[in-house]
Ligand binder design. Structure first.
Ligand code: GLC
Length: 657
């Protein structure tokens, strides 16, 4: 059951899709003190939720701020990342979900200030709070998802392996990557184009010197079963003669400053304007621009820098430079030195700069900070609504860096600029589950790590987890060690892991689409299904669908790991599709060995999963090779369709035995 409580006069966020009439009277479960909602936690209460945040499945013991931020530091003390997902579930003495539907900045102190107190503080008093009660955690999630709408369905090819790197500079770089994958017989479906494909980082342009025949390249790659996926950034370069800039200015489609001038910030191209994607006309206009690339054969995009990220604003740059010049004249000691550092560090993504520009929402001027968390959502919505018009019955791949609850209807998300750290592999495991709770089923992290230099063992272990996530993309930052899997001594093991991924695609796609259709999670915490104390406390094992339990190895030099089995399961240790062992293990605590080149996972009792033969790319998957792998005499409910049209329905489910 869902109850809605309205406070003040909330700004429409478009997070929800069904109207629930307001419950009058006092809010259940929480007390209030001014703006703050207060909940006393029992000692054994678990607090799940918040989607994209650092730390584990149980969010207790830290404070989090929903304040979308271009933040490459995903550390234990991080307060905000790129997305806002204000949904939590309290599971313990009581069981309920709470969704704080709010467009501005809101903080969650979950036992940080006082261990047994949860406090939620929005910036002002205008919001809707939904309280959801249900039979169990899964039921509560389902109701929340029903409230916020059906998740985005990605095309099947987006379940293939993707190679990306910030640094592929021209068509020959792209060709070299494709060739290396194909020559080494490593399956691949997509190569991502980072900012260098554009002319001077201008959205919806192609650098014709670096990519002389862009549509030709797209077609040439497609012939090899490889799709190119370009990045789109939020900021539109200010440059005379650039059509997107000129149209935006002419039609008043950019965000304005207090004086009504187009607001100027700086990102990759230097000075930019932000498209006012909260204005429906501007949103439509910006979305239609994607057609420039669709016309050239592009079938997927990733939206970036849409918190929106700001390197600097004119005013702040001026005052910082003034400050630095002043300081330089002094004998800089402790205080002056830190002031100097501050003058530089406070240039980017400064909260005060988000108060300097305005949106035109249905004719109303709204200051950006009041709706800050909705920007990435609406940029992605712009694209998705345009795709519906440009190609009404074709699924286009779309995922975004910034997001907000409700954006899951329009696209997926990747998990941002992580690092090549083992701890970030664990974070990826936990975040995947947390994002599923709020509807982001199409997700994955930069495999191998984005920042820092990766190592070949980290890459392989990361592959072993990522081969289960819908988005499986190897991406890394400019200047870091190159990490295409063919560069490592253990390429052969990487190839075998990617082949296992391709054999699993019918299963993964099926689980994904069933989760889309049923408002379910594809990945769930063990505690959602088993209520014993070990399952409730397990932070590093996940259930995938109803058939698999994952227990990835995420520590360096480990030759195995401890696993808790809440019930009997089939343990699978796989070196390749034809080289594996299985063993039935009873419920209890186990140590499982898993050498570096061994993928380990579990099949649940009396369950089986469909596997097909490996393929070079998803288009070449041969469904006639499908067979069940797991417990004997079990069956599986398979969802399958053409993978590209929008005819998504339960009729595509059949039982295989
Ligand atoms: C941002 C993105 C990253 C991309 C880089 C350059 O940091 O998060 O994925 O590679 O920008 O475009």
């Amino acid at each position: 059951m869902i109850k809605k409580y309205t406070f003040g006069n909330p700004i429409e966020t478009n997070a929800t899709v069904i109207d629930i009439s307001e419950t009058k009277g006092t809010l259940e479960f929480f007390e209030r003190d001014n703006n703050t909602f207060i909940l006393r936690l029992a000692e054994n209460d678990i607090v799940y939720g918040l989607g994209q945040q650092v730390r584990g499945l149980n969010k207790r013991g830290w404070k989090y701020a929903s304040n979308n931020l271009d933040n490459p530091n995903h550390e234990e003390d991080t307060l905000s990342l790129y997305g806002t997902h204000n949904f939590i579930i309290i599971s313990g003495d009581s069981l309920f979900g709470a969704f704080f539907d709010y467009a501005g900045i809101i903080t969650f102190d979950i036992g940080y200030t006082h261990r047994n107190l949860l406090t939620v503080t929005p910036d002002d008093d205008n919001l809707d709070v939904y309280i959801i009660t249900g039979e169990n955690e899964t039921d509560i999630v389902r109701q929340f998802r029903n409230l916020t709408g059906r998740s985005y369905a990605a095309p099947k090819w987006a379940f293939g392996y993707g190679q990306s790197r910030w640094g592929y500079k021209n068509a020959d770089d792209v060709r070299a990557v494709a060739e290396s994958y194909r020559n080494n017989n490593i399956p691949i479906d997509s190569i991502y184009l980072d900012i260098d494909y554009m002319e001077r980082y201008k959205d919806f342009t192609v650098d014709n010197d670096a990519f002389p025949d862009f549509s030709g390249l797209t077609a040439e790659m497609k012939k090899q079963g490889i799709r190119l996926v370009p990045i789109i950034d939020a900021g539109v370069k200010i440059e005379d003669g650039y059509d997107v800039y000129e149209e935006g200015v002419k039609q008043n489609y950019f965000c304005k400053d207090a004086d009504g001038n187009d607001f100027v910030a700086a990102v990759w191209p230097g000075r930019v304007h932000f498209p006012d994607v909260l204005n429906s006309d501007a949103r439509k206009w910006f979305g239609e621009k994607y057609d420039f690339l669709i016309k050239q054969g592009i079938e997927g995009f990733w939206n970036d820098m849409n918190e929106p990220a700001i390197f600097y604003t004119e005013k702040r740059l001026e005052s910082s430079i003034e400050k630095i010049n002043e300081l330089a004249k002094t004998n800089m000691g402790i205080n002056e030195y830190f002031e100097l550092k501050d003058a530089v560090n406070s240039l980017a993504n400064n909260p005060d700069d988000y108060k300097l520009f305005y949106h035109n929402i249905d004719g109303k001027k709204v200051r950006h900070d009041k709706v800050h968390n909705l920007f990435g959502f609406n940029m992605t919505r712009a694209a998705s609504e345009a795709f519906d018009k440009i190609c009404p019955n074709k699924r286009i791949l779309m995922f975004s860096r910034s997001s907000c609850a409700g954006m899951h209807r329009y696209g997926g998300m990747w998990q941002g600029d992580n690092k090549s750290w083992w701890s970030h592999l664990l974070m990826n495991i936990q975040m995947t589950c947390n994002l599923n709770m709020v509807g982001f089923l199409y997700t994955g992290a930069d495999m191998g790590g984005f920042g820092c230099d990766t190592t070949e063992d980290l890459m392989l272990r990361w592959l072993q987890f990522s081969l289960f996530t819908p988005l499986m993309r190897n991406h890394s930052a400019l200047g870091t060690r190159e990490q295409e899997v063919y560069r490592f001594d253990n390429m052969e093991s990487c190839r075998k892991m990617i082949e296992i991924r391709y054999a699993l695609i019918p299963y993964l796609y099926s689980e994904y689409m069933k989760a889309v259709l049923n408002d379910d999670m594809m990945f769930r915490p063990l505690g959602f299904e088993f209520h014993d104390k070990f399952s409730r406390n397990t932070e590093d094992q996940l259930l995938l669908g109803n058939e698999i339990m994952l227990a990835p190895v995420y520590t360096q030099n480990a030759e195995g790991r401890y696993v808790w089995l809440p019930e009997e399961m089939m343990f699978v240790r796989m070196r390749s599709l034809n080289d594996y062992e299985t063993e039935i293990l009873p419920s209890g605590h186990h140590y499982i060995s898993a050498k570096l080149d061994e993928l380990v996972f579990f099949i649940r009792r009396n369950k089986a999963i469909p596997l097909c033969s490996a393929a070079r790319c998803t288009d070449e998957i041969d469904m006639s090779t499908l067979h069940l792998f797991g417990y004997e005499n079990s069956s599986y409910e398979l969802y399958d369709d053409d993978g590209i049209s929008k005819n998504i329905s339960r009729e595509n489910i059949s039982t295989i035995i």
